[in-house]
Design a protein around this ligand. Structure first.
Ligand SMILES: CC(C)(COP(=O)(O)OP(=O)(O)OC[C@H]1O[C@@H](n2cnc3c(N)ncnc32)[C@H](O)[C@@H]1OP(=O)(O)O)[C@@H](O)C(=O)NCCC(=O)NCCS
Length: 211
């Protein structure tokens, strides 16, 4: 499976409308899988307007300057959150191209560096793709009625995970800046893609995980 070119970076808290446009572009099947429910455009609009950016973070995948994929992180409400919920959305034309994998790596890296020890994902029982993605990180799997509750144990961060996030964030913003100044099509091949940070989720286990 080939990866797809693009830029990964965190969304600013002024970019709710971009996130909304991305979620509205999801085809009906993906939208249903994302929210575990049929949602109207109004519901998605309200959902985006009500995001509390103090307790949420969204990592975006941009292709030609357009947001095409996102990992939404919602921390629990404690001053020092120990748990977080993750939700993923990738537009149909970009699915199965490792965008979800790259977003997952970055979301877990973010949690790792903030001492969050558990990541929860809720998806539909039939959502094999999401389950495969989470099971790579040894997610604990519980099915209830039509939903699956996946919990990933997140190890503590270390100097390599901190550096990986720092460098990845820097590259993401540099690419975004180049997109803005030159336009995405003019970008030098040197900057065409910020690859997922190579630091594994744990320094010991990832290679042994089932693929
Ligand atoms: C689920 C989702 C985030 C995955 O992102 P993606 O970019 O399509 O996934 P990736 O390409 O990174 O990886 C998908 C993996 O699932 C595998 N896969 C694809 N279809 C599959 C299926 N029907 N059964 C099992 N595995 C499947 C792929 O082979 C790939 O594994 P590999 O990397 O080992 O080859 C994306 O498809 C999506 O946004 N779907 C709609 C919204 C959603 O379901 N959100 C999750 C609930 S919050």
């Amino acid at each position: 499976m080939m990866g797809v070119m693009g830029t990964y970076r965190q969304l600013l808290n002024t970019e709710g409308p971009r996130y909304q446009e991305h979620l509205l572009r999801l085809d009906s099947e993906s939208s249903y899988a994302r929210f575990s429910a049929i949602t109207s455009d109004e519901v998605i609009g309200r959902y985006c307007q009500n995001i509390d950016w103090r307790t949420s973070k969204i990592i975006g995948f941009f292709h030609d300057g357009v947001l095409r994929g996102a990992a939404e992180i919602r921390y629990d409400l404690r001053p020092l959150p120990d748990q977080a919920e993750l939700a993923f959305s990738v537009e149909k034309d970009f699915q199965n191209s490792r965008v979800g994998t790259s977003l997952m790596v970055r979301a877990l890296l973010t949690l790792r560096n903030r001492a969050v020890s558990k990541a929860h994902i809720v998806c539909l029982l039939g959502n094999r793709r999401m389950q495969k993605l989470a099971l790579r990180y040894r997610a604990n799997f519980k099915a209830h009625l039509g939903d699956v509750f996946l919990t990933i144990d997140v190890p503590y961060g270390d100097i390599s995970s901190l550096l990986a996030e720092l460098v990845d964030g820097y590259l993401g913003w540099m690419n975004a800046g180049i997109d803005m100044v030159l336009g995405p099509k003019e970008r030098s091949p040197l900057f065409e893609r910020s690859p997922p940070p190579t630091v594994p989720l744990t320094t010991t286990t990832q290679q042994q995980l089932p693929r």
